[in-house]
Write a protein that binds this ligand. Structure first.
Ligand SMILES: Nc1[nH]c(=O)nc2c1ncn2[C@H]1C[C@H](O)[C@@H](COP(=O)(O)OP(=O)(O)OP(=O)(O)O)O1
Length: 162
């Protein structure tokens, strides 16, 4: 029997300053997607919902304290890896404009602020351009991203059914 997708939660901290809207992303130091700039987040632990997982991952990866009530739903993306279905992930996206603390490097990521109108797409997963700008600007994407056999480039972007 094939296992279902792994549930993950991603949380994008957003701030506005003189140069416009910026988002906190992280360069991944190890694990899945190492070397890439990625959203802060990761897999749900048993018994956790995605809001709780998002808050825990923000704390673990950046040291920032954000509470479930400070998150707003920002979409849902199913990362579909037909060549390696064990990597399939069902990601709930959140944004937050309020939190406590300053981001700091952790064992998992090096966090940094990026302008939303100048996202580091060349350093991210190829699919990020298909969903991240929309998610950060209130478009609430609900998409299935189908990866090619190389598990990297995008084969198709489809609406999420159901
Ligand atoms: N195609 C894709 N595009 C993207 O932008 N992010 C993706 C992606 N496929 C997976 N991800 C993200 C979602 C999730 O946050 C992350 C993988 O989860 P984790 O960071 O928890 O995995 P790791 O293997 O590093 O951690 P452990 O759970 O400690 O093993 O990769």
């Amino acid at each position: 029997m094939e296992a279902g997708p792994v549930a993950v939660a991603l949380c994008f901290l957003l701030r506005t300053d003189g140069s416009g809207l910026s988002v906190l992303l992280g360069r991944k130091k190890a694990g899945f997607g190492a070397g890439k700039v990625v959203g802060v987040g990761g897999k749900l632990e048993p018994g956790e919902n995605s809001l709780e997982a998002a808050c825990r991952e923000v704390l673990e990866e950046t040291g920032v304290v954000v509470r479930p009530g400070q998150l707003a739903a920002a979409g849902r993306i199913f990362f579909d890896f037909p060549a390696n279905p064990r990597w399939n992930m069902d990601a709930d996206l959140f944004v937050a404009r309020h939190w406590e603390g300053e981001p700091a490097e952790s064992a998992e990521i090096v966090p940094a602020w990026y302008r939303v109108d100048a996202l580091p797409l060349a350093d991210m997963w190829h699919d990020a351009g298909n969903w991240l700008p929309l998610a950060l600007t209130g478009g609430e994407p609900r998409l299935r991203i189908v990866l090619n056999e190389d598990n990297a480039t995008v084969a198709a972007v489809l609406p999420l059914g159901g």
